[in-house]
Design a protein. Structure first.
Lengths: 316, 441
């Protein structure tokens, strides 16, 4: 009912705004218009598409995509999309209501222009088939933060290249060359990241939100507890006491925190355990210096290594 | 237990400091009959903190405090002005407008800021659980200064709280006194909102003061009762939040309300004459009995109309007595229900076991290959589907059991409820007839 009402309002707003659309600068006709739900996917599309594409993302950098509410402006953005890239797994579930509103079959789930980037990814923490709230995380089919494993970028860029070639078959060579070039840069960087984090293999961490299973798997880390017991609910004292005691027993070395989460609970746990807090970015652009996919990992790996290396409390 | 003490000592100290200051201001607010003014000021302070937040300052920083204080001071000035307008329209109307506009403006201001939604929520429910030692010391020092100033100016302030234009005072003096009151109020609210949240600040202002005012109109007595009740309720709220695993701020607000309810009951049942006490007790018992009988009546009717629907009271009885829905099933169906319950647990156990296996392999032993991870994922998907299937079977059988229980439970339940209600009404009807003056014949 609520979604219906929201859709109605957005629809009405779009109707009103429709005559104004021609006032906007027309996009360069040659470029493929790609709309990605997150800045991470947008960054990967930019790497593969190069100057053949013009990319926009819907969720602004630094806003929690799981708590995002679409605006009327997003509708007009989607209307002009030749290709829609989404994270899938229930992470950007609000997209379905938007594309239904537009009514373009190509953009709907299963349509040729709707690409779910999670296809082919080895998924972690499977949770059933529908969007359910279990184990404290309102995640759908599986834990959706798969882009935080750099190796998964190989699969995601393959999906992107595939979709772009379908839309612009004439540019096939260029697209494949772009991807190959990105993958070689990724491989070099990946070796560097693994080397930086190798000394910390098996290190115990506490995270605010369960965003790090893919990152932890790739870099051999152990996230023992989550400060947030339920998505979006601040932790109760009993849960905090449990996290602190588990963290003390497991010899946790740092608290991993995302910039858009409230940090007072994380600070409290860090203070009680006398360990540093590492502010890591889960999306491109959410922290200064994380402006593309590779920079995101450069920043996260360096920040985490610094926090684990130097054990001074509350080092950011 | 020591875990709990270590975690709750600071929030308790902070809430005690808050109660001492806020309950006192609450007494003034009650006497001025502008209860919602403090909610409006608290929200304005939240708006100020949000403007600071959108500009990149932390709410607890000096700039954050400055912005919040500025907005609250503007609110204080507005409230002072509305006292003169109160002749035309009730002051409450202006207070309501200030509150709603401040709330809407807060949402607009932080709309596009990172963490904006989180910030709006935090302003509402606060984060008293994670208060830091330095903050508590800061609050105590600030409130000591304001408390001292109020002690010095207690006479004119109290006089103004009781009547709006006391004799023998010039208009300017009234305005200055009013503004000084609102400003000190603004400083207090500004300091506490970022930690305790709008909801808790409002309840700490009003509820202890109301409890005190129920029992006395002597300021020292009112304050003493308000402080003890407020601090006790905070302790109960914090303990409940720990023991029952609840969000702290909301639990404390509810505890204040519970304390107010108890105080109200104590007032009508204990602190009145013996005759009135008996009458009040009877009213309370009748009200309780009516509520219980009415819910029994509605619940029985609901069970008979939609047996397979949600039956909240029946579920409550089931979980309290341990009598499951299987009682109304035949032997075969009962076995099916029980084996479905067992299998659901077993399949879920398999999912959890695979989860643990995969998680352990992330950081110890040989890492799992992508294909091994995919295989685990596909097993988990299957087990998840099977768990859901078993839960579905349980749901269907529960519906069947309730359909069978429909008349067996519904009819007697309804009869008991109707008889009870009839008896209650008859007694009151007789009482009503007896109390009527005899008619002239």
């Amino acid at each position: 009912m609520r979604a219906g009402l929201l859709g109605l309002v957005i629809g009405a707003a779009a109707q009103l705004a429709a005559p104004l659309v021609f006032l906007l600068p027309a996009p360069a006709s040659a470029a493929v218009n790609v709309v990605a739900t997150t800045t991470d996917l947008a960054s990967l599309v930019r790497e593969v598409g190069g100057n053949l594409v013009s990319v926009e993302s819907i969720v602004p950098a630094g806003v929690d995509p799981e708590a995002f509410e679409p605006r009327p402006g997003d509708l007009s953005r989607l209307r002009h999309a030749d290709l829609l890239m989404r994270v899938g797994l229930g992470y950007d579930y609000w997209l379905d209501a938007l594309v239904r509103q537009i009514g373009d079959k190509r953009l709907m789930p299963g349509g040729e222009a709707n690409v779910d980037a999670s296809a082919g990814i080895p998924l972690l923490e499977i949770r059933g088939q529908s969007v359910v709230s279990e184990g404290g995380h309102a995640h759908g089919v599986a834990n959706p933060h798969y882009w935080l494993d750099p190796d998964n970028a190989v699969t995601v860029t393959a999906s992107i290249a595939d979709a772009l070639v379908r839309i612009a078959p004439a540019q096939r060579e260029q697209i494949l060359a772009n991807r190959a070039q990105f993958l070689s840069r990724l491989a070099t960087a990946r070796a560097r990241w693994s080397e930086t984090l190798a000394p910390f293999a098996g290190t115990k961490l506490i995270a605010y939100h369960n965003s790090w299973p893919y990152f932890a798997r790739r870099f051999r880390l152990d996230v023992v507890a989550f400060i947030e017991a339920k998505a979006g609910v601040s932790p109760s004292p009993a849960h905090l006491a449990q996290v602190i005691s588990a963290g003390g027993k497991a010899n946790v070395r740092a608290i991993v925190h995302e910039p858009y989460e409230p940090d007072d609970a994380s600070r409290l746990v860090a203070r009680k355990l006398s360990v540093p807090m590492a502010r890591l970015a889960i999306t491109v652009g959410s922290i200064e210096g994380t402006n593309d996919y590779l920079a995101l990992f450069d920043y996260n790996v360096a920040t985490l290594a610094k926090a684990l290396g130097a054990r001074s409390p509350l080092a950011q | 237990m020591s875990d709990a003490l270590a975690l709750l000592a600071l929030p308790f100290a902070a809430s005690a400091v808050f109660v001492l200051m806020h309950a006192y201001l609450g007494v003034h607010v009650l006497r001025r009959r502008i209860v919602f003014a403090d909610l409006a000021l608290a929200q304005l302070s939240a708006l100020g903190a949000s403007v600071a937040f959108a500009n990149g300052y932390a709410a607890t920083s000096a700039a954050g405090f400055g912005y919040a204080l500025l907005f609250t001071a503007i609110g204080a000035a507005l409230l002072t002005l509305t006292r003169t307008l109160a002749r035309y329209v009730s002051q409450e109307a202006f207070v309501g407008i200030v509150y709603v506009v401040a709330t809407a403006a807060t949402i607009l201001v932080v709309d596009r800021a990172p963490q904006g939604a989180e910030h709006v929520k935090k302003i509402l429910i606060g984060s008293i659980l994670t208060v830091e030692p330095a903050d508590v010391a800061k609050f105590a020092a600030l409130y000591a200064v304001i408390g001292l100033l109020h002690w010095i100016a207690r006479r004119p302030l109290l006089a103004l709280s009781i009547e709006s234009s006391p004799a023998g005072r010039t208009r300017a003096a009234v305005w200055i006194c009013d503004f000084a009151f609102y400003l000190s109020f603004a400083i207090v609210v500004t300091s506490s909102v970022t930690t305790a949240g709008v909801l808790l600040v409002f309840s700490l202002l009003i509820m202890p003061a109301v409890i005190g005012s129920i029992f006395s109109d002597q300021l020292p007595v009112v304050l003493l009762i308000a402080w003890s009740a407020g601090i006790a309720a905070c302790a109960v709220g914090l303990t409940a939040s720990y023991a029952l695993d609840l969000p702290t701020g909301a639990a404390m607000v509810t505890a204040q309300a519970g304390c107010l309810l108890l105080a109200g009951l104590a007032k009508v049942l204990l602190f009145v004459g013996i005759g009135e006490r008996r009458r009040n007790l009877r009213i309370a018992i009748d009200a309780l009995a009516t509520a219980v009988l009415l819910s029994l009546l509605l619940s029985s009717a609901w069970l008979m109309i939609v047996p397979a629907g949600d039956q909240p009271i029946l579920a409550l009885v089931e979980s309290a007595t341990g009598i499951g829905p299987t009682r109304f099933l035949g032997a075969g169906q009962r076995d099916a229900y029980e084996s479905a319950a067992r299998d659901a647990v077993r399949f879920q156990g398999e999912v959890d076991r695979l989860d643990a296996l995969e998680k352990a392999a992330r950081y110890q032993g040989t890492p799992l290959s992508d294909d091994e991870v995919r295989r685990i994922a596909s097993y988990q998907k299957t087990f998840n589907e099977m768990t859901r299937g078993e839960r579905f079977v349980q749901e269907i059988l529960r519906g069947k059991a309730q359909t069978r229980a429909r008349w067996i439970i519904g009819v007697p339940g309804m009869l008991v409820a109707l008889t009870g209600l009839l008896l209650l009404t008859r007694r009151h009807w007789k009482g009503y007839l007896d109390s009527r003056p005899p008619s002239v014949e």
